[in-house]
Design a protein. Structure first.
Length: 116
């Protein structure tokens, strides 16, 4: 979507529109398929906060990559995604699961409570 929007709009506008569309789909997919949680209005209303944080981090990173590091404006969003995925995952998990107890993990992030 971003690449198509670039045909009509500047890169930051294209990034913003593509970003907003992805938020609507993300809550549903993360709730149902990633975290196996029921959809809740209260959580859905909080969920965009994840993406406000991701947007600010992503837009700032995109700007720095394109303007200062002179990375191609088609390649720069790929680097932005690599940076923002971990942040988004942990914030999404916190909102979708709420304050449920999270199983203890070792230093590598693996669940120690499993039988494996």
């Amino acid at each position: 979507m971003y690449a198509v929007l670039l045909l009509f709009f500047p890169y930051l506008v294209s990034y913003s529109v593509a970003y907003l569309v992805s938020i609507f789909i993300s809550y549903f997919l993360n709730s149902k398929f990633v975290f196996n949680e029921e959809l809740r209005i209260r959580k859905a209303l909080k969920y965009p906060l994840v993406y406000v944080n991701q947007y600010v981090l992503g837009a700032l990173s995109l700007y720095l990559l394109v303007h200062f590091l002179k990375i191609n404006k088609l390649v720069a969003p790929l680097l932005v995604v690599v940076l923002t995925i971990p942040v988004t995952y942990f914030l999404s998990r916190r909102i979708v699961r709420g304050k449920k107890a999270i199983p203890p993990q070792d230093g590598l992030g693996f669940d120690q409570s499993s039988d494996l």
